[in-house]
Design a protein around this ligand. Structure first.
Ligand code: GRF
Length: 189
């Protein structure tokens, strides 16, 4: 079974979708740990309920990004994680993580990259008045939402939809596309 680590900062609905896909044997992998940078993130409880270990840290307790990433890498290696799956992890990966796991870190972003990088991608897309939105899964490099694209799925925007309704649609797609894409990657397809 391929071992994956999920990184998150918040609610963790993508974490849950991945865990459920594993339980339903649609995704042949094991989540060996969750890496979380917010002590109050709801994803921590979601992991605990599934008996999945979490590494919770506060960046400002460390002297540098290198310092906390060294601990993350040691933690991941101890658990033999092979792929890092970023799911709402609101931090740029630094040199230490990229050197250890370069080419084996993926992220999901709620826009059709390279459009609308960074925070509140949905808000940016609404402000631009786009008629088609979507979700992107990409490899992570040192840039913000800039690595090579692995998968994308688009949808037409109903002009009457609110920000919240668009977000619901984005999540619906993410929860299908992320497990599917991870499975393909792990199977080498
Ligand atoms: C997702 O919409 C993802 O695209 C973005 O952050 C959100 C995380 O949501 N990077 P959740 O914590 O998985 O519910």
């Amino acid at each position: 079974m391929k071992k994956i680590a999920v990184f998150a900062s918040g609610t963790g609905t993508n974490f849950e979708a991945i865990a459920e896909a594993i339980e339903n044997q649609k995704l042949h992998a094991e989540i060996v740990c969750v890496v979380v940078d917010k002590v109050n993130a709801a994803v921590i409880e979601k992991a605990r309920k599934r008996n999945i270990d979490s590494f919770v840290f506060t960046a400002k307790d460390y002297a540098s990004k290198e310092a906390y990433e060294k601990e993350i890498v040691a933690y991941l290696q101890e658990r033999e994680a092979e792929l890092c799956v970023l799911a709402g992890y609101m931090r740029l990966c630094g040199e230490v993580l990229l050197n250890a796991y370069g080419g084996r870190i993926i992220n999901i972003h709620p826009s059709l990259l390279p459009a609308f990088k960074g925070k509140d991608a949905i808000g940016q897309a609404i402000a631009a008045g786009v008629k088609v939105m979507g979700v992107t899964i990409h490899y992570v490099d040192a840039s913000l939402d800039g690595g090579k694209i692995i998968a994308q799925r688009a949808f037409d925007v109903d002009p009457l939809w609110s920000h919240e309704e668009i977000e619901t649609q984005v999540h619906k797609i993410e929860h299908i596309l992320y497990p599917e894409t991870i499975e393909k990657l792990l199977e080498g397809k």
